[in-house]
Design a protein around this ligand. Structure first.
Ligand code: FMN
Length: 320
């Protein structure tokens, strides 16, 4: 099923049919995944974290061989090669650079002077103020219920999105805890003009992670995740034997062990469910099955549209 497109500032900026952004996932959101999301009407993103410029070029070419629709490239700004991959993405004509984990100030000018747009991930109102001041075109407001690295401030999506939309005029893409059309509609009602989804996309046929990760995610409840590294770089993961052991360690020891094992334990490369690090959001509790990317996006949009029509009437919210 295909529903009518949207029309708002985020949609205009991204050039996608729907303002639904695929959350970048290191070594998972590569060319194939980005193309699947963009083909389905969302906005695919290639995560450049862990890639060098040549590898990024390969993924961009792969995505372009699979779709004519636009997609973006994400880079955490603390990565040593951030500037190099941004330049590579711009040289390949990528129109939207999605920055995270760092100060966007020093990159905005560089990106905009090449005619591209910048969106930046924030986890507090203060970060959103700074990003807006730096001239980014939109912010992704990520609540602490999200999967993967979350901010230290631990603000929920509901409070974060509303605190930004009532204060700043910058377009906001809500992230964290959104997995269906009701979540999309709730975000729009809070004043967001788009959503970002990560965890829901892990449970798709196209997502290149081991089957045990998808199975664990689909059988998880909202209480099945925990936050590691709270004092350093908090990350929300599925609670398994590895995560529980890591949670008992001082965050310094966790960092040392992770660094020593490289990406071997990280979900897309891990071999075994008990020792894998599986970033995952609380919304896993709302995900029951593995779908195709297109089914996820179509059902989100059609459910949100059906509910928005005479909002609350069919649910009997209001007294006569
Ligand atoms: C498996 C996984 C890996 C992720 N890796 C990254 C990453 O490398 N960089 C990043 O900015 N965010 C990363 N995230 C966060 C997502 O981009 C997105 O912000 C988040 O998943 C949205 O919240 P949700 O999980 O509730 O949908 C990851 C999330 C997951 C589930």
């Amino acid at each position: 099923m295909t529903t009518r497109g949207f029309s708002n500032r985020v949609n205009e900026l991204l050039g996608s049919r729907y303002p639904i952004v695929a959350g970048p996932m290191r070594l998972i959101s590569l060319g194939g995944m980005a193309a699947s999301v963009s083909e389905a009407g969302g906005f695919g993103v290639i995560a450049a974290s862990g890639l060098n410029a040549k590898e990024l070029e390969r993924e961009v070419s792969l995505a372009r061989s699979l779709t004519d629709r636009p997609f973006g490239v994400n880079i955490p700004l603390y990565r040593e090669n951030a500037r190099e991959v941004i330049d590579a993405a711009l040289a390949m004509g990528i129109g939207v650079i999605y920055t995270s984990a760092g100060d966007p100030q020093r990159m905005v000018e560089r990106i905009k002077s090449r005619g591209a747009k910048v969106i930046h991930k924030v986890s507090s109102l203060n970060m959103a103020r700074k990003a807006a001041g730096a001239g980014v075109d939109a912010v992704v407001a990520m609540g602490c219920e999200a999967g993967g690295h979350i901010g230290k401030d631990l603000v929920t999506m509901f409070c974060l999105v509303r605190s930004i939309t009532r204060t700043l005029d910058i377009p906001v893409i809500a992230s964290g805890g959104i997995g269906d059309g009701r979540g999309l509609l709730a975000a729009l009602i809070l004043g967001a003009e788009g959503v970002e989804i990560g965890t829901r996309l892990v449970a798709t046929r196209e997502c290149p992670v081991p089957a045990f990760f998808k199975e664990a995610l689909c059988s998880a409840e909202c209480t099945s995740t925990l936050v590691l590294g709270r004092e350093t770089m908090p990350i929300r993961v599925l609670a398994n034997a590895m995560a529980l052991r890591a949670a008992g360690m001082a965050s310094g020891s966790l960092d040392v062990e992770m660094a020593a094992r490289g990406d071997d334990l990280y979900a897309p490369r891990a071999r075994e469910k008990d020792s894998a690090i599986m970033p995952c959001g609380q919304v896993a509790g709302l995900v029951d099955g593995v779908l195709e990317v297109r089914e996820v996006i179509d059902s989100m949009v059609s459910q949100a549209r059906a509910m928005a029509r005479g909002i609350g009437e069919s649910e009997g919210w209001w007294l006569a």
